[in-house]
Design a protein around this ligand. Sequence first.
Ligand code: CLF
Ligand code: SF4
Length: 297
Amino acid sequence: MKASGRLRLGKQYLETIGRHPCFGQAPRNYGRIHLPVAPACNLACQFCSRGLNSLANRPGVAAGLLRPEEAPDVVGRALAFCPEITVVGVAGPGDALASHHGLEALKCVHERFPSLIKCLSTNGLLLVDKLDQILEAGVKTLTVTVNAVDPEIAAEITPCVVYKQESCLGRPAGELLITNQLAGIALAALSGIAVKVNTVLIPDVNSDHIGQLAKAVAGAGAERINIIPLIPQHKMNDKKAPSCTELQETRKEAEKYLPVFKHCRQCRADSIGKLGGKDYRFEVYKDLEVPMTFSHG
Ligand code: CLF
Ligand code: SF4
């Protein structure tokens, strides 16, 4: 197993991941707030159904969208309801880097709350291009969703990628995405960011490929991996979700190369609170003077 990140970065790095619910050893002791500021995306993942939704409990949905400059006040309100929050993340509803709003929001929050950990979840397509801005926004932890390191499999899951105003389809799309993801993980890890990889487990599509994937992202410098079961929807609504046994076996395969995070709650893009605990989003956004109706997708 490659452990270069932790060996290289020492005390501050360990302190950061130690109080992060999705990286550390005590996921239930700490909380996170997701700022729903990022509606746009540059990929077309076949399982993704993102949008505005008040009630669904899954990634890719939020009740509304915040303006970046509203983020610090929302974080302040969230801390009043849940003082255990240690992490401020941007995780959708689209990709955190596909528009400039995610980094703007984190930068505003970093100025007011420098000791909270800034976290970003991205598909990684723009990671290398935006790394300087990511560091400037104070981001210390990063999740990159990597669903394949084989271009054919990647293209089956994500057949279209839009990069620098150009669409790329099929196998070349898979090649481009994987190249950018692995280069981005390597550069982020070298810059001192703790990188976790999220992988959506899709039976009969990438389920036999997880060991190879874990090996590749560990080689690039990822700190840990999180295997997430497919929620069958959108163009993959005819696929089956993996069984508990399949999930466990796949985690064992990945564990040969990286520590596996096993407490994922497949959070909404506007979740607030401790993992698995009460979601304070209703309380935090209730009576907020600025309604979440801003659309910048
Ligand atoms: Fe959010 Fe993701 Fe940061 Fe955690 S969630 S951006 S790393 S602060 Fe965590 Fe939620 Fe699973 Fe994500 S439980 S969906 S892995
Ligand atoms: Fe959906 Fe994320 Fe894929 Fe974009 S990268 S299409 S938001 S799953």
